[in-house]
Design a protein around this ligand. Sequence first.
Ligand SMILES: *Cc1c(COP(=O)(O)O)cnc(C)c1O
Length: 389
Amino acid sequence: MPTPLRPDTVLVTAGRKPAENHGFVNPPIYHASTVLFDTVDAMLERRPKYVYGRRGTPTTEALETALTEIEGAAGTVLAPSGLAAISIALMSCLNAGDHLLVADSVYQPTRHFCDTVLIRLGIEVEYYDPLIGAGIDALMRPNTGAVFTESPGSQTFEMQDIDAIAAAAHAAGAVVLMDNTWATALFYRPLDHGVDLSIQAGTKYISGHSDIMLGTVSANERTWKALTDTHGATGMCVGPDDIYLAQRGLRTLSVRLDRHMRSGLEIARWLETRPEVNRVLHPALPGDPGHKLWQRDFSGASGLFGVILEPAPLDAVKAMLDGLDLFGLGYSWGGYESLAIWADPRSYRTATRWEAPGPLLRFHIGLEDPADLIADLEAGFARLAAAVG
Ligand SMILES: *Cc1c(COP(=O)(O)O)cnc(C)c1O
C-alpha cells in the first residue's frame, strides 16, 4: 500500500476495523452509559479501555480516529454541535486574564460566545480585520492566549492568510484556532498550515444530509492534552446514532463536495453575468480579492458563497427569495439541498465596516441540477425587477 494514502482513499478507510467487528464494513453503534468491570481492582485501575459511555465508546472512537487521520492531528474530540466544538476549543486554551484575538468575519454565534461567556470568565476579546495577515503581529500582547481564525469568513467570504497569522501568533506564544467548516479537511488541512486547533461544524458537509448536529475539534501535539482534558471536564458527548451518521457522511464527502464545488462555481459564474448582481463573493472565482490565497492554500471549494445585489429595497429582495421553489430559506448548509438567506453583516461587525452597495444574499448550492437552480433564480430576479419597478 502506498503511504501516505491519498485523501479520497483515507475518507473511505479511516476509522474502520471490519476484522474487529465480525467483518461488518461499518462500525457498530453502541448505545451506552454503564461499562461493567470484572473486579474492584479493574475499576480502581481503570483497566479496560472503555470506562463510561460519556468518556468514549467504539462508536465515538471510530469517528474520532477517522477525523484524526484526515486532519493529520494528534487527536480529535466530538461535540454536540459546531458551536459547542468552538466553545470547548476556546476554553481549552484560554485562562482568566488572557487576551483573545478574533477575526471580525467570524461566524456570528462564535462572537456571541466570546462576548458573553468568555468576557464573564475574565478574558479580553478583541476583534481584528480578517485581511490583516502578518500585520496581526502588531496586535499581539504578552497575555495574548489565542488567535481565532475562520477562512473564508462567514457570510462575507474574506480569505485569511493563515500561514502568516499562525507565524505571528506562535512567535508571541499564542495558540491558533481555525473554524474550517467551509473547506473541510478535504480541501484545506489547517494543522499543516500552523493551526493548533482545527474546528469543523460536522453539521454541515460531514453530515451532508441536514439531519444531525455535530462539532469536531482536532488538535496537534501542543494542544491535544488541554483539549481532551477540557472536553472531558465539560461533559461533552454526542449520541451514537448521530456519530454513526457522521462517519457514514465522511465516506461520500469527496464526491459530494466535488459536485457542490462544480455546481456552485457554475451558478456563481452565471450570477456574475446578471445585471441585478453587483459582485459575487466566492474565493474560487479569479476576480475575487481572496483568490490568490485560495489558490495558494486550498485544493477545492465548497458550494457556499455570497452575492451582493445592486441597490434594491428589502421588499424586492423578499419578493425574490420568498418565491424560490428549489432554494429553501433556512440556516445551516452543507446538506444535499440548496438554501438561500439574506444577511446583514453591518449589524454585528466591530473592527471593520461592512460596506456594500446593495443587499447581501448567501447561497448554498446543493446537489440538484444547476440548470434547474438557475431557472429558479432567474424567475427570482424577474420578481425582484418587478418589485423594484
Ligand atoms: C454552522 C456553523 C457553525 C456552527 O455549527 P452548529 O453545528 O450549527 O453549531 C460554526 N461555524 C460555521 C462557519 C458555521 O457555518
